[in-house]
Design a protein around this ligand. Structure first.
Ligand SMILES: NC(=O)c1ccc[n+]([C@@H]2O[C@H](COP(=O)([O-])OP(=O)(O)OC[C@H]3O[C@@H](n4cnc5c(N)ncnc54)[C@H](O)[C@@H]3O)[C@@H](O)[C@H]2O)c1
Ligand SMILES: [Zn+2]
Length: 367
């Protein structure tokens, strides 16, 4: 699989994706960053599984300079950023230092924000260890942390110098986390790649077993989709918005349930089902294509029940989302598998009808 290059306002960087990509990491980091002054940022859980392999691959020049922090979503905050910056200072990190983030999206987002601001910016390398991080969060330069007022409210665009993506790291991921990441993979198929979608339809069982060949097929494909989108529209003025397919309602579901009931991907699973139904109800998508989308989502496994979530509550949250403008909710809707439109406005009555019927839709797809 060829490496993927991404052009960003801060320069070009490469995503090296293959099994055993970790081997040779030391040399690649030194070349991409012009320095071998490496500091590793990771979480205790990720480090327990992968610390030894990473250290063997990176061979930090001055011993083991590893800073571990709690990667719970609730700790993706400014106090963690401050603690990490202070730990870097105590350990002697300077402007030539390279921060290597080893972990999922939380580690990557926090480490990325630290890299963007510590000494006004030091080199950043991602070694993503979850499905979400490998196909999504390590690509495109968005970094940031949460405030008590909401998710990802403070951050910066800060592209890495290099991304080293090794699907082997996914072997230790808890199964629910792994499945949750697959909803984002399905998202890529629906919005941009009918072949990826068809591959998932035919090979979902192998993917769920984490079969090496299946992962080697889908992960680089998702990387290329995201790379294409963020290269064309780094700052989300147009095309990049398609990546929010399923996220309009998904984010609202996460918020209304206090971020406890759903993993992010699971909420996106529901959000994509809703968006497919809204696309049908507004005459944009055929019923048969929507059925294929909903079936594939259900094949990943049962989604946590919606419970007593009311459309009105969701609407309030969607209107407050930083992606809504002037009191209008804008949807990303598929017009066929492999192609989506963004900034679509839909009458609220249509949306309410779809939300009310959601539990039923899921049952029908299973039948
Ligand atoms: N910057 C972006 O463009 C972007 C895009 C998507 C998501 N995100 C952010 O990413 C975060 C979610 O990231 P995530 O889904 O990767 O989850 P995560 O980082 O929360 O990790 C999930 C859990 O898996 C553990 N883990 C990670 N890798 C492991 C491994 N290989 N083996 C065993 N356990 C492992 C972690 O310790 C954690 O407990 C959110 O905060 C979201 O806002 C950012
Ligand atoms: Zn997402």
């Amino acid at each position: 699989m060829p490496n993927t290059r991404i052009r960003s306002s801060a320069g070009t960087y490469e995503i090296r994706c293959q099994r055993m990509a970790l081997i040779g990491a030391a040399r690649q980091i030194a070349r991409a960053c012009d320095s071998n002054e490496v500091f590793i940022l990771s979480s205790p859980r990720v480090w327990r599984h992968w610390g030894k392999s990473v250290v063997r691959a990176i061979r930090p020049a001055h011993g083991n300079r590893v800073i571990l922090f709690d990667d719970a979503e609730a700790r993706k905050d400014m106090s963690n950023v401050e603690a990490i910056c202070r730990a870097l200072h105590r350990a002697g990190a300077d402007r030539h230092s390279v921060l290597v983030a080893v972990g999922g999206g939380v580690v990557g987002d926090v480490a990325g924000f630290v890299a963007s601001s510590y000494l006004r910016g030091v080199s950043l390398v991602h070694i993503p260890s979850t499905v979400v991080a490998q196909v999504d969060s390590s690509i495109g330069g968005k970094t940031g942390v949460n405030l008590p007022e909401g998710k990802n409210l403070v951050g910066a665009f800060y592209p890495p110098k290099l991304v080293i993506t090794d699907p082997i790291l996914l072997a230790t991921l808890p199964h629910r986390e792994f499945r949750s990441g697959l909803y984002e993979v399905i998202k890529s198929g629906v919005i941009a790649d009918a072949r990826l979608f068809a591959y998932l339809e035919q090979n979902m069982r192998a993917v769920l077993r984490r079969d090496a060949a299946a992962l080697a097929w889908i992960i680089p494909r998702c990387i290329q989709i995201k790379a294409r989108v963020v290269t064309a529209d780094e700052r989300e003025r147009g095309l990049r918005k398609i990546l929010n397919f399923g996220h309009t309602l998904g984010h609202a579901l996460e918020a209304v349930t206090g971020y406890r009931r759903f993993l992010h991907g699971e909420a996106i699973g529901w959000g994509m089902i809703a968006a497919a139904r809204i696309a049908v109800a507004s005459g944009r998508l055929s019923q048969s294509q929507a059925t294929r989308i909903i079936r594939l989502i259900m094949e990943v496994g049962p989604l946590p029940a919606l419970g007593r979530v009311r459309a009105g509550q969701l609407r309030k949250i969607m209107l407050g989302d930083k992606k809504s403008r002037a009191g209008r909710i804008r949807w990303v809707l598929p017009i066929r598998i492999g192609k989506a439109q963004w900034d679509v406005e839909v009458p609220w009555a249509t949306v309410t009808r779809v939300i009310r019927r959601l539990p039923q839709v899921a049952k029908e797809a299973r039948a």
